[in-house]
Design a protein around this ligand. Sequence first.
Ligand code: TRP
Length: 329
Amino acid sequence: MDIVLSGIRSTGKLHLGNYFGALGNFVRMQHENKCFFFIADYHSLTTHPTPEDLHGSVKQVLAEYLACGLDPEVATLYIQSDVPQIPELYLLLNMNAYKGELERCTSFKEKVRKQPNNINAGLLTYPTLMAADILIHKATKVPVGKDQEQHLEMTRTFANRFNRMYKVDYFPEPVAFNFGEDLIKIPGLDGSGKMGKSEGNAIYLSDAPETIRKKVMKAVTDSGPTQPNQPKPEAIQNLFTIMKAVSSPDTVQYFEDKYNACEIRYGDMKKQLAEDIITFTTPIRQRIEAILADNDKLQRVARMGAEKARESASKTISDVRHIIGFREF
Ligand code: TRP
């Protein structure tokens, strides 16, 4: 059984792309592996959220993951800042993380460019905090996107460096885990590319029906096919891809046939698509709302997750302390 760990950004609500992408796989994976899922709230401090925003977004993310089917009884679902062993391991790893390698990190260089007035030490050491997240449970598989692969490479560097330095074989090498064929990519509504928060083309699971209708009706299309059975331009293919994810096969076939016969009316297709997205997301949205209103449940879940995570983390930290030479008299 693999130890799988994934960190969830605490900013941003879940959109359809997340749902059909990684999240759907998490829900499946939790039954086959020892899974740790946590909300990376320490990481979010690099951008200085207000206390209200910090608390609100952690709560929202936790509610959304629960609503989508992560089971806190099965997986260990926790909030990073509830596990003090993580910052402890971060401090220890930082002693062997070098300025040069941290500065060369692509994500750091990008932040330097984007926020030149807030180049804080937390940004520079983001990769050691992420390594601590992973190594604290000796995770071997880490589902991440392409943009995180360099961080994972650095985690391996830090793990191997620790092993070499103390002549131990303690930390395993974690590998990035992308779902390959299983990853359904949901495109955005703006004609090209995938759905994403930063792209501004996303439909959120928590969007109200009226918002969804507005967003879908504004989706990019064209003036329609001029000859039968033409290949579809990207914007049109994208609508069909989303439709395949949320609508019945009959509905998709109906519009395929209309397209191939040059009789398609995109307005009709979008109306149908919007209603099918609403049908799909409504139960999820209602679960999100119910969970958000149930503070006791959130508290129970967070406490249970913290307890399970700390149990695993404290074992690692006591081993690491011993290896380093922090020992009792
Ligand atoms: N850096 C990740 C992201 O931006 C989030 C993250 C933090 C993470 N710690 C992690 C992911 C540990 C995997 C493992 O998406």
